[in-house]
Design a protein around this ligand. Structure first.
Ligand code: URA
Length: 203
């Protein structure tokens, strides 16, 4: 089976999930989207109001910023990356999901990562970092550093919603995303071009 077919066969299970209470307050489950053969996966926290309405990840203001960040890397949502969340249902009032809720949703995220089998995972913010790499880790300490674990390269960085609240974090976040482009050139495609981070010339 192709990755697209495997994701399609996982979808009904995720959409029918009742493993925690979040589904009760949500309009719909947000599975994730992107290119099934992507070598880079971005992981956010959970759907907000816009995502809950549309059934798609990162479509509100933070999502528009994420799309611009991905474009600056020379990539696009449906051609080069796949976008997931730690929890697939909107927490009421956009509160941060609890560790019990991440745990309940974790098998879905793990299956998605197993199917997508990305080389690089970009962890957007504290919840993604804690849920995937360890609950005691802090985003301010870990961001910008590669962690090689379970056969993948993990890069924690700030969540785009944090950048909207505090634009002074944008510079560090772009530094982190340039590290991601470097790793992509090293491990996936040496010729990958990016409008804001061109391949260094040899002379
Ligand atoms: N914030 C997230 O973490 N995920 C989304 O899908 C949208 C906003």
């Amino acid at each position: 089976m192709t990755k697209a077919e495997r994701l399609d066969s996982l979808r009904p299970e995720v959409l029918g999930c009742r493993a925690c209470g979040l589904r009760d307050g949500a309009t719909q489950v947000v599975f994730g989207e992107g290119h099934p053969e992507a070598r880079i996966v971005f992981v956010g926290e959970g759907p907000g109001a816009d995502e809950d309405k549309q059934g798609r990840p990162f479509v509100g203001r933070a999502g528009q910023l994420l799309d611009r960040m991905i474009a600056a890397m020379g990539m696009s949502r449906f051609q080069d990356v796949y976008i997931l969340n730690v929890v697939k249902c909107r927490p009421p009032g956009n509160r941060t999901p609890t560790p019990e809720e991440w745990d309940a949703c974790h098998p879905h995220l793990e299956r998605q990562l197993e199917i997508l089998d990305p080389v690089i995972v970009v962890l957007l913010g504290s919840t993604a970092l804690k849920a995937l790499l360890g609950p005691t880790l802090r985003i301010t300490q870990m961001r910008g550093q590669w962690i090689e674990r379970r056969g993948r390269w993990w890069m924690p960085t700030y969540h785009p919603a944090a950048l909207l609240r505090n634009p002074s974090l944008k510079r560090e976040t772009w530094d982190d995303l340039k590290r991601v482009v470097d790793k992509y050139r090293e491990l996936v495609n040496p010729g990958h071009d990016s409008p804001y981070y061109p391949i260094p010339s040899k002379n």
